[in-house]
Design a protein around this ligand. Sequence first.
Ligand SMILES: Cc1cc2nc3c(=O)[nH]c(=O)nc-3n(C[C@H](O)[C@H](O)[C@H](O)COP(=O)(O)OP(=O)(O)OC[C@H]3O[C@@H](n4cnc5c(N)ncnc54)[C@H](O)[C@@H]3O)c2cc1C
Length: 507
Amino acid sequence: MSGMRTDTDVVITGAGPTGLMLACELRLAGVDVVVVDRLAGRTGESRAGGMHARTLEVLDQRGVLDRFLAAGVPRSIGHFSGLWLDFGRFDTRYTRSLMLLQSRIERLLEEWAGELGVRVRRSSEVTALRQDGDGVEVALGGPGAVPSALRARYLVGCDGGRSTVRRLAGIGFPGTEATLTALLGDVELADPPAEPVFMRRRAGGDFSVLGFEPGWYRVITTEHGRVAPAGSPATLEELRESLLRIAGTDFGMHSPRWVSRFGDAARQAERYREGRVLLAGDAAHIHFPSGGQGLNLGVQDAVNLGWKLASVVHGRAPDTLLDSYHAERYPVAERVLHNTRAQSALSRPGPQTDALRDVLRSLIGYDDVNRHLGGMITALDVGYDLGGGHPLTGLRVPDADLETADGPARVFGLLHAARPVLLDLRGGGETAAAAAGWADRVDVVEATSVAGHWPVWPDGGTPAPDALLIRPDGHVAWAASPGAGGLDTGALRTALTTWCGPATAKE
Ligand SMILES: Cc1cc2nc3c(=O)[nH]c(=O)nc-3n(C[C@H](O)[C@H](O)[C@H](O)COP(=O)(O)OP(=O)(O)OC[C@H]3O[C@@H](n4cnc5c(N)ncnc54)[C@H](O)[C@@H]3O)c2cc1C
């Protein structure tokens, strides 16, 4: 099979938030990509209703955040199983989450993808796959479609919780079964509650009434011990009965746009890579949506994977770089599954849980606890074990203000092109000289830091470094403390080789 023609570099299965974000990341890096989706068009349905700080930051890193901010409403909606968290003092420019329906998030991502030249092939369902030494072939079919095939160097399954790609690649999806049923309805209310975000706990379960847009509301109920049979569609009457059981009123609910049912099954793909097939987003992990983490997790998977896959496709890095995707992202989702299981348990009815919630509520009053839980929900605390002795290594880079020869700049502004950035804050040319062998793929930027200290999650700080290597996903791969004599160019070159591949140009 070696040397067979390919139709594109990467096929992405699924034009949800994860697949679209990944397509943008790959296109920014100059990779040819085709996205296939079994649906003929967008459904307009929205499971997620917003994005938290780290997702806003990664969109900011790409210079496209403004269009999302313009479409949504910033709100302090962070919570842990309905217990409010305060993100107000976190070191980020986005201390409020953005309420924005998933359908709008997807539309904005698709618009951006279109600007970058991404092709989305609809009514194209992946039904079979076969991989060999140098490519993957997928069979496309589905109702009403003319069967066809696509061959690519790599395939990424972003095809949701029931991922066909995962099944066809033989990747297990172990986890825990659902213990509850939650119902969701996007409805109009004759008699809505006064607060726009109304979340209550009652003896029979929890309910929320969220005012998303003028005129209509999202109503969600959660009842433990009632696990609805799979397959039967949810109805407005079922939601009304559930709300009456829990809240004693249906708020005059009528005119549903969408009613759906979901549970708290929590499962994770055993491995995120099988040869030339990778998984991202819900295809790799499902869990109860408590805290609103799933879409965020998928978008951030895509931002971790995109530049690595691009490097491998371009032949700049060995394909073992792709293993770091599983190594870094599996533990992040594992922790989300864990925290959503805890949140499910915390929503069980009964006086014991009430007491436990009271204890946790008072603990959240301590800044450290609020920061610990808020760091998980916003994903601001995600750090990768990248070795190295600097306190920033592995963490997301702070969006520090800089002065450059061209005027003021921000660190995130340097990442718009999704290329690695070697930020030289000490000048003198030594940093650029050490990285000369990577000049074709690393942007070297000379600047000075406006602040003398940079924040380090959770609440520490460090003197602004002398130089740092920032990966395209915004994580610090290497950093040098100031005033420590000459640069450790050996450590810099090791980091450049690890994350950007071997040097090419003559040094
Ligand atoms: C009630 C509810 C509320 C939620 N609220 C939030 C929230 O507030 N915040 C948050 O971050 N997350 C939330 N989530 C989770 C979020 O909706 C998901 O994590 C997110 O949709 C995952 O995106 P994805 O792109 O990975 O998968 P999906 O959105 O599932 O997209 C998968 C795509 O793949 C396509 N596809 C499937 N199979 C094939 C195939 N064989 N061939 C071709 N195409 C295929 C599908 O048509 C679909 O377009 C919520 C979930 C639920 C259920």
